[in-house]
Design a protein around this ligand. Sequence first.
Ligand code: FEO
Length: 396
Amino acid sequence: MYEATEIKRGVFWVGAIDWNIREFHGYTTNRGTTYNAYLVKGEKTALVDTVKAGFFPEMISRIKSIQDPEKIDYLIVNHLEMDHSGALPLIKELVPNAQIVATDYCSKGLVKHFQHDWPVQKVKTGHELSLGGKTLKFLEAYMLHWPDSMFTYLVEDSILLSNDGFGQHYAGFHRFDDEDGHFEAIMDEAAKYFANILMPLAPLIPPILKKVEKMRMPIEIIAPSHGIIWRAHIDKIINSYVEWSTGVARDQVLIIYDTMWGSTEIMAKAISNGLCKASVENKLVRLRQNHYSDIVKEILVSKIIVIGSPTINEGIFPSVAQLLSYLKGLHPLKKKGVAFGSYGWGGEAIEAINSEMKAGGIEVIEPGLGVVYVPMNQDIEACFQLGERIAAHLND
Ligand code: FEO
């Protein structure tokens, strides 16, 4: 009933489309996602990655449109996480003699996850596996984004099966970047994916891209495990990864805040006005109307982050505290930060925000601005001036 898509002669997409998923371990997936598995046919056949367990029938149906699934010889496990290996026990049950191929780290994880003692052919960077007419070359991608992660390169076809790398949570009818017609949305999802999944591991990305270059692996197609396959915009996505992983951002200031009775919001708008007066691109996002997984995508591309919270219970407002806790783990590169907020008496939120920003590697460039109760004209002017000073920091 489901059809495979041939992405190059003898290489097929046999994954599944999850149109309706809207939450992915805390990350909002407003455009759904796909779980991309690939069937590579030489004289022998390899299945690279699988799908989430519940999508097994869809994957099997697509494989059947090409060949008998029981004739698969190898199961390549690029990554252990359940969105890609969840259906492994099911396919292994169907094809018990298929040889699993994975990194050493992954082989240990397979035992833990599935409590099976399947024999695993362990591979390292540079190892090759010939299918007869098709050669698979492996590249360990340690911590991109799990210790077990691996890329599989198809030598004769110049296809990089990059697993989570270069992925996007994007469900669509088309498989390729040049077919879809919504390129901006695809790049938006690629940035959101990078920000939420790969940002804390960014320093590891340039070395692996160099390794691909050094191993003389020309790339005509990048086929990730989520979303659209790249063939027309390979330079664009690789250059974006280089920028995102080295902290290159726009001259944009992002003002993130929440408010109890409106005072912190008045401050946020006055800071924005100061930035506008200085002709600096800025955006306001209130946390209760914007999900933190969308906000971190904006943080990725902004040079300065201004975070506002009222003081509550001698600390930070819960929605702001949640964002800061998430951001601390993501450890964004080369960001500058400023805190502000209203308070009734203590005003502890400012120092607490500063402390959380520093813990996340953000350079705090102002002591922070607090206002007691409701901002009066002079307070609004102070916020406006803060906006102007922040604008000047863009050129530091
Ligand atoms: Fe790390 Fe798409 O799983």
